[in-house]
Design a binder for this molecule. Structure first.
Ligand code: HEC
Length: 192
């Protein structure tokens, strides 16, 4: 009797400890993912503005092409996760959304259409797959005025030429102010 009571207690305790470990790994992910998104958003915007001021938007296409992926890699390493950008209509095919991301982006569109503020469009989830479990988070990226010269409906000829040279399969035009341009996407493997 006593022995089975002790066994039940031990089982309960390990269960609680497991739950607590998961809590703290989730909290660490939340904190790091939010910081990484903030840092990538800020550094992308300042490199974009600097490039636009220096050489104009046509020049900035080449800068985006080089800088965006390397900034994402640097920040991923710093926070021990994987951060990038994706969209339902990508410019760089390397940024193409996987099934989970496509689903979240579609739900962001529905949430926006039903009146939710674009700045509030975030989603996170623990995702289990055959290769293991991951924490994943996405945050929508709004289309600002400054984005339209490269992602809008009317793109000036010299910019269009640069875009086509780097991205023959570009899908990322035709956006208007306030549209969801895409989203930051973050993941981290959960190691037991
Ligand atoms: C000077 C042209 C230019 C401007 C202005 C610009 N972008 Fe882009 N954008 C690009 C290029 C080039 C890429 C592809 C980068 C790469 O190869 O990863 C890109 C890629 C992206 C992606 C990644 C998904 C994809 O389509 O491959 C997002 C999201 C994005 N831009 C959002 C924005 C937002 C938001 C703004 C305004 C704040 C903006 N862009 C302004 C040129 C531009």
């Amino acid at each position: 009797m006593l022995r089975s009571l002790a066994l039940i207690l031990a089982l309960l305790l390990t269960g609680m400890m497991g739950a607590r470990a998961e809590d703290s790994s989730q909290q660490a992910f939340d904190r790091d993912a939010q910081a990484a998104i903030k840092e990538l958003a800020t550094s992308l915007k300042s490199s974009l503005m600097a490039a636009m001021n220096d050489g104009g938007p046509a020049e900035a296409v080449s800068v985006c092409n080089l800088i965006a992926p390397s900034l994402a890699a640097e920040i991923s390493k710093k926070y021990g996760l994987e951060i990038g950008r994706t969209s339902l209509k990508v410019r760089n095919p390397a940024n193409e959304a996987d099934a989970w991301e496509t689903d979240v982006l579609q739900r962001f569109e529905t949430r926006l259409a039903s009146g939710e503020a674009i700045q509030k469009l975030t989603f996170k989830e623990k995702v289990d797959s055959e290769s293991g479990s991951q924490w994943r988070m996405m945050k929508a990226i709004p289309t600002d005025k400054v984005c339209l010269s490269c992602h809008g409906k009317k793109i000036a000829e010299p910019i269009q030429a640069r875009i086509e040279a780097h991205y023959p399969d570009d899908l990322a035009t035709g956006f208007k102010l306030g549209d969801i341009r895409g989203a930051f996407t973050v993941k981290r493997d959960i190691v037991d």
